[in-house]
Design a protein around this ligand. Sequence first.
Ligand code: NAI
Length: 261
Amino acid sequence: MTVSVIVGGASGIGAALAEQERDAGHDVSVWDVQPPADIRVDISDEDGVRAAVEATVAAVGLVDRLSVCAGVGSSGLLTDLDMAEWDRVQAVNTRGPMLVMREWARRLAEHDRPASFVAVTSVSAHLTDRNMGAYCASKAALNMVVKVAAAEWGAARIRVNAVGPGVTDTPMLGGAPLDRGWLTRVSHRTALGSIGSAAQVARVIAAVHGLDWVTGQIIDADGGLGLHSPIDAYEEILRSRAGEPADPDTQEAPPPVGDHR
Ligand code: NAI
C-alpha cells in the first residue's frame, strides 16, 4: 500500500487532502500540532520532526507521498512588525517544511526509495501584498527551498514540487464571511469568479504527486487570482461602456476602449 503522510492534516487543505487520500486507498498518516493527528508534532522543532519520522516508519513504513500543508498566516506592516512574530512565521512556514522534507529525504536515501514531496506555499510568495510581509517572505523562501531540494534530490528519485493556493475557504481565513466585504471583492478579482475550497486545492496536490516527470515546479491553484494586475483598466472600460461617469475618486477619464497598453 502507498504511504501518504500529510503534515498539517488536522484542518483545512490538509484535512481535505487526508480524506481524498484515504478514499484513493492510500495508507494515511496525519501529522499536526493539534488534534486529530496520528503524530503530534511541531514541525519547527528539529528533534520533534526526527521523532515523528521514526514513529511513522514504525507505524506505517517509509513515505511515498509527502504533503506538507502546515502553515500559519500573519498580518502587519513591516514597520510595525514584532520580530518574534517574524520568527514564528518563518519557523513554521519555511524552517518547518524544510526540516520535514530533509528528514524524510535522509531516511529515504538510506533505503534507495523514490518518493514525491509537495509543499503548500501560496500565491503570496510572488504577489506583493502590503500588511503581509512576514508571510510573503516565508512562502517566497519556501519556493526556493523546493527548487533547490528538487535539484539536489532528483538523483535519489525524490521529486519535490509546490502548490500555491490563492485565497481558500479554510479556518485560516478566521471565519470571514464569503458573501460580503473583502472576500467578495477577492472573488470578483479571480478569473474563475470565486475563492477556492480546501477540496479543490487538495485535488491539485494529489494530481501533482502523480506527475512523474515533473519536479522543482510551483503550481498555483488560485482560480486565476494571480492573473489580476493592479494596472488593469477593464472595470473603467466597463463603466465607460455603461455610460457611467469616470471614477469619482480620481476624476480621471477612463482609457478609450481598445487602448491596449
Ligand atoms: P488551516 O489553519 O486550516 O490548517 C493549517 C494546519 O497547519 C492546522 O491544522 C495547524 O494546526 C497546522 N500547523 C500550524 N502550525 C503547525 C506546526 N508548527 N506544526 C505542525 N502543524 C502546524 O489553514 P489552511 O488554509 O488549510 O492552510 C494550509 C496551507 O495553505 C498553509 O501552508 C497556508 O499557508 C497555505 N495557504 C492557505 C491559503 C488560504 O487562503 N487558506 C492561501 C494560500 C496558502
